[in-house]
Ligand binder design. Structure first.
Ligand SMILES: [Zn+2]
Length: 413
């Protein structure tokens, strides 16, 4: 009975939220867009109708609270995000927020009051923004956002802090939000897998073992500009050729990882002075991801040496800048077991899988026991208009989230 009611409500919530979009193919609700701002009024209202007491924290996160009956028990938190990439889908993040709201509705319908306060959060701006910063709201929520993050500048020369202020978010509030925050006893995030593993293995639920760490590389190659017709091949110092070799080295690093990690070169820029000039400079962007910190640091060392060696062989200088985006973050083992037990109790097949994408949970994991529940993505597609998850799988995810919370509530810290 509850499952059917849940499916109908989830279906209509998904359709309703999808109407908020900037236009163009797929769904676009980017940070600072009118569509995103308007959609969050809808989320706030939907939380309220579901019985949550809603407020926005100093970071612009929407926080809904269902009070428990034991003020000393603390809080159990669920959540995710409702912003999207440009031309994205209707499920990434959305499933976690709407799913958590549905869990609250079902608790209320069943007349169940937990000992803990149940908190649902729609975190502000999880997707990467014009400033290359992901998880703006959850970073801020745990006190991890810095003044230098807000000083980042976009291509139009505006700082992130200024853009926040222009859209009604107090930059000081963003920096201070972490101080208001009371550590939850646990945070559990429902999310779509965004990859093909669960579907391929015929699993209903993914129990996330950890979230990958990301090392980003910016490599600047400097050679020498010369005439492309008159300079003999063995006298050239061609920056683009050195950068192109680095692209293949990055790919090989991922191929050699044996499933422990992935590596991607995403861009080469700044090399062309015209078709008749040997390129003097080239900038390469790449990244590596793994849940194994040892693999990640070893791969960084190896790749650094390899790129330096190759550049030297082409007579090109190279400057390598590595930036750690997130460190690998294991999920809480005890909550993982509760999730798999909940899945089994509901007759669902589960698989333990790492998350290759980053999530708000990576920041919450710094301050409280944290875990994630994945549901399958059809064809493994995500961050595109084809992103899809069946309503049945969504309902399964909600069921597991609800059982996990119930289980956490029945045992005290
Ligand atoms: Zn997401």
């Amino acid at each position: 009975m509850t499952l059917v009611a849940g499916a109908e409500r989830l279906h209509s919530d998904l359709a309703e939220l999808a109407t908020y979009s900037e236009g163009g193919p797929g769904t676009s609700r980017r940070l600072f867009s009118d569509a995103y701002r308007d959609s969050r009024d809808w989320v706030r209202e939907t939380m309220r109708e579901s019985g949550l007491v809603v407020r926005a924290d100093a970071a612009g996160n929407l926080v809904g609270v269902l009070e428990g009956n034991d003020p000393r028990a603390g809080t159990l938190m669920m959540g995710s995000h409702t912003d999207t990439v440009d031309g994205g889908g209707n499920y990434d993040g959305v499933v976690g927020v709407l799913g958590a709201i549905e869990v609250v509705r079902q608790f209320r319908e069943e007349g169940r009051r937990l000992a803990h306060d149940v908190v649902v959060v729609d975190f502000l701006g999880e997707e990467s923004n014009d400033y290359g910063l992901t998880c703006l709201g959850s970073r801020s929520f745990v006190g991890d956002l810095t003044a230098s993050d807000l000083a980042r500048v976009d291509t139009a020369g505006r700082t992130l802090g200024q853009r926040c202020a222009d859209s009604g978010l107090d930059p000081h509030g963003l920096l201070a939000a972490g101080r208001q925050f009371q550590r939850p006893r646990a945070y559990v995030e429902l999310h779509i897998e965004q990859g093909p593993v669960l579907e391929e293995r015929g699993a209903d639920i993914g129990v996330v073992t950890g979230i990958v760490g990301i090392q980003r590389l910016l490599a600047t190659f400097i050679g020498q500009a010369d005439h492309a017709g008159t300079t003999p091949m063995d006298r050239r110092r061609d920056a683009l050729v050195a950068a192109a070799s680095a692209v293949l080295a990055v790919r090989q690093t991922g191929c050699d990882a044996g499933g422990q990690g992935v590596a991607t070169a995403s861009d080469i820029s700044g090399y062309s002075s015209g078709p008749n000039v040997v390129p003097r400079t080239a900038r390469l962007q790449a990244e590596m991801r793994s849940i194994e910190p040892v693999w990640l640091s070893a791969a960084e060392r190896r790749l650094t040496q390899e790129i330096q060696h190759m550049a030297e062989s082409y007579g090109v200088e190279v400057d390598l800048e590595w930036i750690a985006d997130n460190e690998p973050r294991p999920m809480d083992g005890t909550i993982q077991r509760r999730i798999s037990t909940a899945a089994e109790a509901l007759g669902l097949r589960w698989e333990a899988i790492p998350s290759g994408a980053t999530h708000d949970a990576v920041h919450l994991a710094r301050v409280c026991p944290t875990a994630m529940v994945f549901v399958p993505s059809i064809g493994g597609r995500s961050h595109c208009p084809e992103e899809n998850t069946t309503i049945e799988d969504f309902v399964h995810g909600v069921g597991v989230l609800k059982e996990t919370l119930t289980d956490l509530d029945s045992t005290r810290a």
